[in-house]
Ligand binder design. Structure first.
Ligand code: TXA
Ligand code: MG
Length: 338
C-alpha cells in the first residue's frame, strides 16, 4: 500500500504486535521488525530464509534512540553521524547488552543507521523504537529497489509492504566499522570513501570489498561470506581500456549466441552505440545512475531468461566502488581482461 498516514499507522501497529513489515528507504527496501524483540526479529530470518550468522542493521530516527543499542558513542562516530545521518551510512559499534543476540548474530557489535527516506523515518517514529531491517529480498536474490520487487520475493510471507516508489540510491548503505583502530569500510555505498575522508583523518577499505575471501580468511562483515546480489544468470565483468572492453563484450556476446545462449549486456550510456542490435541494457550515465538501476536490471534480465550477463567494469572512484563491489560479488569475482 502507498506510504500514507493510514498505512504508516497500520505498519507501526503490526510492528508493535511483533510482525515484520516491508518499507522503503533511500537505499533499498527493508524488511523491518522490533529490534528489541527476539521473537519478532526471528520472523525476518524466516521470511527471508536468511542464514542466522548474518547480522541485521538497527534503524533509528534520532541520536537519542542510540541509547537502547550502544553503551558509548565514540567522538569519531558522532562526527560522521552528524555529517551523514540521516543517510546511506551504517556504523558498526560496540553493542549494549540488551540488544538481542539474534540481531547481531552473536557478535559483540551492532550495526546502526538513520535512514533518510521520509517514510522510513515516519515509521520508526510511529513505532517509537529501533527497527531491525535487512534488505527485503529472499536471501541470495538481488536487493529490492521497488515495492514490486518485494512483492515478487515476499508475497504471502509478510503482512504489509509500504510502497514509497523506486529507491534513489538503489544499492545498500555504506557499512563502516567503528569498533577500533582505523575506521574501515566493510561494504561501500552512497556515502563514499572520499566523503568519509572529509570528516575522518583516515579510512580503510576492507580488502574483501574488491577481492574474494581466501580460504580460512575471516569475514569482518558476515554478509561478505555469502554469494550475494545475484541474478540467476552467470555474470562476467569485462575490464580494460574502454574500446577494448566493448570489442571483447561484443565478441563474447556473439560467441554465446552462436552456441544457442541468451546473453545480454549491461553498459553505460556512453558505450551503448558500440553494441548495435545486440541485447543491451543501459544502466546510466555515471556510476551513481548505474548503481541505482543495477538490481532492477538483474531482475529484468532474469525474467527475460537471460543466461549470461556481460557487464562493463567500473572504475572505483566515488560511487564506482559500490557499483564494482556489487558487480564482482554477483559475478562471483568472474573477471575477463579485455
Ligand atoms: O541500505 C541498507 O543498509 C539496507 C536498508 C534496508 O537499510 N539494509 C541492508 O541490510 O542492506 P542487510 O542485512 O541486507 O545488510 C547488512 C550488512 C550485512 O553485510 C551484514 O553482514 C552487515 O551489514 N552487518 C550487520 N551487522 C554487522 C556487525 N555487527 N558487524 C559487521 N557487519 C555487520
Ligand atoms: Mg541484503
Amino acid at each position: 500500500m502507498p506510504a500514507d498516514a493510514a498505512s504508516l499507522a497500520k505498519a507501526a501497529q503490526l510492528l508493535r504486535a511483533g510482525e515484520p513489515v516491508a518499507f522503503p528507504t533511500e537505499t533499498v527496501y527493508g524488511l523491518g521488525a522490533d529490534a528489541l524483540s527476539p521473537a519478532a526479529v526471528e520472523k525476518i530470518f524466516i521470511a527471508k530464509a536468511r542464514p542466522a550468522d548474518n547480522p541485521l542493521i538497527a534503524h533509528i530516527d534520532s541520536l537519542s534512540m542510540l541509547d537502547a543499542l550502544v553503551d558509548a558513542f565514540p567522538a569519531e562516530a558522532e562526527a560522521v553521524a552528524r555529517a551523514f545521518w540521516p543517510g546511506p551510512l551504517t556504523l558498526v559499534l560496540p553493542k549494549k547488552e540488551g540488544v538481542p543476540a539474534i540481531v547481531s548474530a552473536g557478535l559483540p557489535t551492532v550495526a546502526v543507521r538513520m535512514p533518510a527516506h521520509p517514510a522510513a523515518l515516519a515509521l520508526i517514529r510511529a513505532f517509537g523504537g529501533p527497527i531491525a531491517a535487512p534488505s527485503a529480498n529472499r536471501s541470495g536474490r538481488p536487493s529490492p529497489t521497488r515495492a514490486a520487487h518485494v512483492l515478487e520475493d515476499m508475497a504471502g510471507r509478510i503482512p504489509l509492504i509500504l510502497d514509497g516508489g523506486p529507491c534513489g540510491f538503489g544499492v545498500e548503505s555504506t557499512v563502516l566499522d567503528m569498533t577500533g583502530g582505523i575506521p574501515t569500510i566493510l561494504r561501500p555505498g552512497g556515502v563514499t570513501a572520499e566523503m568519509l575522508r572529509q570528516v575522518l583523518a583516515d579510512v580503510r577499505i576492507d580488502p574483501a570489498v574488491l577481492q574474494p575471501l581466501g580460504p580460512g580468511m575471516a569475514a569482518k562483515s558476515p554478509g561478505m561470506r555469502h554469494r550475494h546480489y545475484a541474478p540467476k544468470a552467470r555474470i562476467e565483468v569485462v575490464q580494460g581500456a574502454a574500446h577494448a572492453v566493448t570489442e571483447k563484450i561484443a565478441a563474447l556476446y556473439d560467441a554465446a549466441t552462436a552456441q544457442g545462449g541468451r546473453p545480454a549486456i549491461l553498459c553505460s550510456a556512453a558505450s551503448a552505440a558500440a553494441y548495435g542490435k545486440r541485447t543491451h541494457l543501459i544502466l546510466g550515465q555515471d556510476a551513481s545512475g548505474m548503481a541505482a538501476r543495477l538490481y532492477d536490471a538483474f531482475r529484468t534480465l532474469d525474467a527475460q531468461g537471460t543466461d549470461l550477463i556481460l557487464a562493463e567494469a567500473s572504475d572505483t572512484e566515488g560511487m564506482g566502488l559500490a557499483l564494482m563491489n556489487r558487480l564482482l560479488r554477483a559475478a562471483d569475482f568472474h573477471v575477463v581482461e579485455a
